[in-house]
Design a protein around this ligand. Structure first.
Ligand SMILES: *Cc1c(COP(=O)(O)O)cnc(C)c1O
Length: 387
């Protein structure tokens, strides 16, 4: 009998999470209620930011960040090519152009070098934002990226769905991803594969009260209540969206957030077990490179595999893993290769992104994995590669 398939990632929902949702369902508010603010406060405190604004999902968080910065059609936003589609698409939602940055082929991250190179391709467009992605959960080199962005007249917006719980050490200071000390905003997602889950859900953190207020207005149709106005009165200075995260999902988020220390510790322990178990598979299999400053809570257990040296293909390995009950995924197909972006910007030469894409594979990593699962995955990988 075959064992159940281990997915590359999945949520951990426990009885008290279910009880928290049931309690919210019995309350007076299904959507805009007190749990929204409670979740926002707890989240801001967890990541060390002054403000957190909950929203419908991570993509909405990115869109709101572009709107809050007032990014205009024809302006430019820099995003790495190795990321989920949404990081680039949010610029297009406001009519801005995406300038794709290359990534380091070993870590998959945008670096100061790849950002500097992307800055040479602005072609006269005004740069408004640079969107570093803490791919897999490892932190980008934020101080250097922020300095380059500032020199170019832009701000950082960290796309941080992979990095909830990650800390980084630049010089002597330890910082938490999401505390936005180098950036205008950071965005998060609570999709089921991410570190905490609400089904759909997202968050923007910022230390700027005016940006936080703008995010709140834009997330609910652009409606404001003029001070002293009649009780039924609202005004819309500019149209926004319905990007609210309902009270009932914020109840789930609040319950999940309490478990972050436990989820993080489990992810760290599993990642450490992987590093040890994978070591004998070098040099054909190597874990993604960890930058010196990064103390990650990994979202993805990404490895780089020299399929050619093993005399096989990624497709064959993915299928062989699946036959042994091991799910895997590729994070990511370079976004600049998508038909839409090729049509817009033509073929780009981003060798770091291509090299990363040629070798990357994400293995199962989530808190609910059993202790023996890492050995099982690595044994399956070893067999699939004929090592
Ligand atoms: C998950 C994710 C998003 C989008 O989040 P959704 O909640 O699915 O909309 C954006 N960027 C990155 C890097 C992600 O991993």
């Amino acid at each position: 009998m075959s064992e159940p398939l281990l997915p590359y990632g999945r949520q951990t929902i426990e009885d008290d999470d279910i009880a928290a949702v049931a309690e919210a369902l019995r309350g007076d508010f299904l959507t805009t209620g007190p749990t929204v603010e409670a979740f926002e406060h707890a989240f801001a405190e967890t990541v060390g930011a002054r403000h957190a604004v909950a929203c419908a999902n991570g993509t909405a968080a990115l869109h709101l960040s572009m709107l809050a910065l007032d990014v205009q059609p024809g302006e430019a936003v820099i995003a790495p090519s190795i990321t989920f589609l949404a990081t680039a698409n949010c610029a297009r939602y406001v009519g801005a152009d995406v300038v794709f940055a290359d990534v380091d082929p070993q870590s998959g991250l945008m670096t100061p070098d790849t950002l500097a190179e992307a800055l040479t391709r602005l072609e006269g467009r005004r740069l408004r934002a640079v969107l570093p992605v803490h791919l897999r959960g490892d932190a980008c080199e934020l101080p250097a990226l922020a300095a380059l962005a500032a020199d170019a007249g832009a701000v950082l917006v960290e796309d941080a769905p992979h990095a909830l719980g990650t800390t980084a050490r630049f010089g002597n200071a330890s910082e938490i991803i999401g505390d936005v000390r180098h950036s205008a905003m950071a965005t998060f997602s609570f999709h089921p594969v991410k570190t905490i889950a609400t089904g759909e859900g997202g968050m923007v953190t910022t230390n700027d009260a005016a940006l936080a207020e703008r995010l709140r207005v834009l997330r609910s149709h652009g409606m404001v209540r003029p001070p002293g106005a009649d009780p039924w009165c609202y005004e819309m200075p500019e149209p926004g969206f319905n990007y609210r995260l309902p009270d009932v999902l914020c109840a789930l988020g609040l319950s999940q957030l309490k478990k972050l220390p436990r989820f993080a510790a489990r992810r760290r322990a599993l990642a450490a077990a992987y590093l040890e178990a994978l070591a004998p598979l070098a040099p054909v299999v190597r874990p993604a490179a960890r930058p010196a400053w990064s103390e990650p809570v990994l979202h993805l257990m990404a490895v780089l595999i020299d399929f050619e040296a093993a005399g096989t293909t990624r497709r064959a390995v993915v299928e062989a893993l699946k036959a042994r009950g091991v799910g895997s995924q590729v994070h990511y197909i370079p976004v600049h290769r998508q038909p839409y972006y090729q049509r817009l910007y033509g073929a780009l030469d981003l060798p770091g992104a291509e090299a990363w894409y040629a070798r990357c594979l994400s293995l199962p990593l989530y808190p609910g994995m059993a202790d023996g699962d890492v050995a099982r995955v690595v044994a399956a990988l070893k067999a699939a590669l004929g090592l």
